[in-house]
Design a protein around this ligand. Structure first.
Ligand SMILES: [Zn+2]
Length: 217
């Protein structure tokens, strides 16, 4: 199968189409590892970094855009701990920290840097794809979810991410979200962090009060 390299804008000439890191390879789609019969676009290649290339090969999707979304999902999972740093610490907290010297500061700085890099890669939007100047029709509508500066590939991935990061009760968090809605995602996270360690009965009772308060809001 002959793959055509997509057009690459000058300013993106060194970038991975998936994450914006320096591109070392190209990723071709469709490919031999996952046979697709209903691909809406001609066989094509995009510049890709080593990590995204291997993640993209694992994606069982039907178009390059859906593969792109799956790569973001894998990146969010791979860098779950790094992304969590930004949730737990703010840059001011780090700057005003009492620990001004020593190993812990070095650890904090590198953790923050890892967070910034992971966030940038997950948030990166690849350029509009065209082949020999003919723009391709995007056939995939992602359901991205933005919270606290990070664009998650979907709201379900954001939910899983927060459950894992804070060790929230999956049941209680989803219930809280169903009460407040996705636009108050942060409120549901804060509420469920207070429930950690409570018994299921205590959680159920707290959720009932939470729902009542929400009606008054
Ligand atoms: Zn990449």
């Amino acid at each position: 199968m002959a793959h055509t390299l997509v057009d690459i804008p000058f300013e993106n000439r060194h970038e991975c189409w998936f994450c914006g890191e320096p591109s070392e390879l190209t990723f071709s789609f469709p490919h031999q590892y996952f046979i697709v019969f209903d691909c809406s676009h001609p066989p094509l290649s995009v510049p890709s970094c080593r990590e995204c290339t291997s993640l993209a090969r694992k994606a069982e999707q039907h178009s390059i855009w859906a593969v792109g979304n799956a790569v973001k999902r894998f990146l969010t999972q791979t860098y779950q701990k790094d992304l969590a740093i930004g949730i737990n610490w703010t840059q001011e907290e780090l700057a005003n920290s009492e620990f001004e010297t020593g190993n812990f500061v070095g650890f904090q700085k590198s953790a923050w840097l890892m967070y910034e890099i992971a966030k940038q890669r997950v948030n990166y939007q690849g350029w509009v794809l065209s082949l020999e100047s003919v723009e391709l029709d995007v056939d995939y509508v992602g359901s991205e979810f933005l919270f606290d500066g990070v664009t998650y590939p979907s709201v379900d991935i954001a939910i899983d991410h927060f459950i894992e990061t804070y060790d929230l009760s999956s049941w209680a968090f989803k219930k809280a979200l169903s009460i407040v809605g996705f636009d108050k995602f942060g409120k549901a996270v804060k509420f469920c962090r207070l429930l950690i360690g409570n018994t299921p009965e205590q959680q159920r009772l707290a959720l009932r009060y939470f729902a009542e308060d929400e009606k008054l809001d």
